[in-house]
Design a protein around this ligand. Structure first.
Ligand SMILES: O=C(O)CCC(=O)C(=O)O
Length: 288
């Protein structure tokens, strides 16, 4: 058992477009911008009460920390509940129940008035501003985003811990083939270096986020997230424009994902075990 090596993420209070492009976007380095949201209505207004008051009768799908097993779909929620009830849980007790990809445009468009797309040189995909919610026990499995966006991830209410790994670290992370995650048995808080020796060479970047912090996560960056208390975040994504990333995105979304789902439907645990064994074998072989 051990601990990942990490360095703290670069932090700036504010940043110009030119500086962001030169120092962070071009070299694809993460940065946490502390005061990017200072003048947004959202900075003053957004908290769990504010969303709860606007949630009406909406019912939402919820997930927990357990990975889907066998033939279970990764998209199948563990529970469905009124958003207002879910937020009440977040406000009153630690829970691992989380919600992802709550599309603001479709589900609560009035929130659009509370923020603006920052002019920092990212070309944001304005169809998909999404909220993510979690409670004090929620952990988001280690993954990178299937559509390979450059993300601006902004947190509201409470605190969260984000551990990032650059794409160059993939060789140490036991990436599962035909997927965008690593072996889900790995305890990211207490990794077993005997069973997964390559992990001890991985170097992460640690970002501790509080209300209003905006974290730039470059394309293909791995992220492992823990909510330290009930809260929510908004991700603004800029889809890939480099031809190689566009090609990989199209492959991931239109081929790999469907192939993986098909194999899962047909073979269940057999397919999952096969992929896990392959991840273990490939990563350990590369280490030698
Ligand atoms: O914070 C979360 O709940 C998940 C966020 C995430 O994985 C993302 O924005 O890509």
């Amino acid at each position: 058992m051990g601990q990942f090596k990490t360095v703290p993420v670069d932090r700036v209070k504010n940043i110009t477009k030119e500086e962001f492009i030169e120092k962070y976007y071009k070299p694809q380095r993460p940065v946490l911008i502390e005061e990017l949201t200072k003048d947004w209505g959202a900075f003053k207004k957004w908290n769990l009460d504010y969303v709860q008051e606007r949630s009406g009768d909406q019912v939402v799908p919820l997930y927990n920390n357990e990975p889907a097993k066998g033939k279970e779909s990764v998209y199948a929620p563990v529970k469905e509940m009124k958003l207002a009830e879910y937020i009440e849980i977040l406000k009153t007790k630690p829970t691992d129940l989380r919600m992802f990809f709550y599309n603001i445009l479709d589900s609560m468009p009035e929130l659009l008035d509370d923020f603006e797309y920052p002019e920092i040189g990212l070309k944001f995909f304005k169809r998909l501003p999404a909220l993510f919610f979690g409670g004090g026990k929620s952990k988001v499995f280690m993954h990178y985003d299937i559509d390979l966006p450059d993300n601006l991830h902004i947190h509201f209410q409470g605190h969260k811990s984000v551990t990032l790994f650059s794409p160059e670290q993939t060789k140490y992370l036991y990436k599962v083939p035909f997927s965008i995650h690593n072996i889900d048995k790995i305890d990211m808080d207490n990794p077993d270096f005997e069973k997964y020796p390559a992990l001890q060479y991985a170097e992460g970047i640690q970002a501790d986020m509080k209300h209003g912090d905006a974290l730039y996560m470059p394309s293909r960056y791995w992220h492992y997230i823990k909510y330290l208390d009930g809260g929510f975040s908004m991700t603004l994504r800029a889809l890939p424009r480099r031809p190689k990333n566009v090609a990989t995105m199209l492959y991931n979304v239109f081929i790999m994902r469907h192939f993986d789902n098909l194999m899962r439907n047909v073979s269940g645990d057999k397919w999952l075990n096969y992929k896990e064994k392959l991840a273990l074998k490939r990563t350990n072989k590369r280490l030698k």
